[in-house]
Design a binder for this molecule. Sequence first.
Ligand code: GDP
Ligand code: IMO
Ligand code: MG
Length: 430
Amino acid sequence: MATIILVGSQWGDEGKGKVIDIYTEYADAVIRFQGGANAGHTIVIGDQTIILHQIPSGILHPDKLCIIGNGMVLNLETLVDEIDDLHRNGYFPDPSQLLISEEVHLVLPYHRLIDVGKEEQAGAKKIGTTGRGIGPAYEDKVSRKGIRFVDLFDEKVLREKLESNLAEKNPYLVSRLQQPPCDANEIFDAFRGLGERLKPHMANISVVLDRLVKEGKQVLFEGAQGALLDVDHGTYPYVTSSNTVAGAVCAGCGIGPTMIDGVVGVVKAYSTRVGEGPFPTEQLNETGTKLRDRGKEYGATTGRPRRCGWIDIVALKHAMRINGFTSLALTKLDVLSGIETVKIACAYKVNGREIDEFPANSGELASCEPVYEEMPGWDQDISAIRDYDALPPSAKNYIDRLQELLEVEFILVSVGYRRDETIVLENPFA
Ligand code: GDP
Ligand code: IMO
Ligand code: MG
């Protein structure tokens, strides 16, 4: 196989960054295709923790090409910080390692102000966004008002777009959202400067990808967020503003569906969610606290505590179907160590009926009661185990049961947050 997509199967934060970093070993290029700095992908090597928001998680491997696809919404101000951070930590020595799509839409300062302002105004009805301006940036893209990376190099276009956007947005920001207005000249100067600094990275990435595939190179597409945050198939309206599923790769990079060979779904051994919205298996009790403490479940982007609960097969089967997973990677199995009985939600009960399909209606989903299957847990710390057969029998039974229910195999089991705390069962490109 030459092209593999790796995506989150739950509500994000499944450990995609860690798995991408490991799979980059087998790949020639790693590409982000949607989302933006709402993502926070963590990689831990020894005592060093790197959190990537927009740069693909393959960047720590010096010889691998990393690409920011057109389907993302890119914040250039924080991209520069991310690059500087990598340099400070001794990574990314060669600028030619990073390419940025000329077509990618930019997150402007007014997008962030609108995001934050709308959330403040919504009060109890807020979505719980990351406040990174993602929704407003995608709104502008779809309504054909967006500013793209390539626009930074055409002074006339950039000025016109900024002026017409701000004529509309400043009154909205000030009178409706009680936020400060933005100044077109200030943004023009700042973004022209950012454009000049980042211009060496600009490329037609569809052409680059086509060449890589024709040369037989191995290409890894890095998902952000997760299936249940997808704007079409997630827990709408408590979702992000883009398609997070594997199918988004094609439009988000300029590659045809016939070029995709496999889709790996990353599955956390339990469930978490940041922000608002229904979460049937959430544990607002000691179990939830235990999972949060042991799994260090605090947002990599906003630091918010993540809501925690049991694994949910109804939701995962939905994720399987909408993504077409060909294999799975299981993460954070170590976090379940020491839990006497582990639970798997296999169906929901709603209005006296048992269902096994994920409801489209968020209100209905919120009133679903999970029907659990229980399994004996295991006591041992498993983070030093590198041989699958050495896992405790109950841990293997848990994995077997998940495989049986999901009808797809795990090809990686992660037993700790460090790069080496991993059992790689199969090369995803094999
Ligand atoms: P992503 O957004 O999917 O890349 O995931 P995040 O980085 O936001 O969150 C995953 C968190 O779990 C990070 O802090 C990782 O370092 C950590 N992590 C990843 N895999 C494992 C694992 O197998 N065990 C433990 N204990 N932590 C893990
Ligand atoms: P990674 O790639 C977890 C959530 C937010 C909020 C909703 C909308 O690290 O898995 P947005 O800012 O996108 O408009 O927020 O989506 N969200 C994430 N949750 N992991 C992420 O990314 C997320 N990106 C967005 O918390 O509920
Ligand atoms: Mg994350």
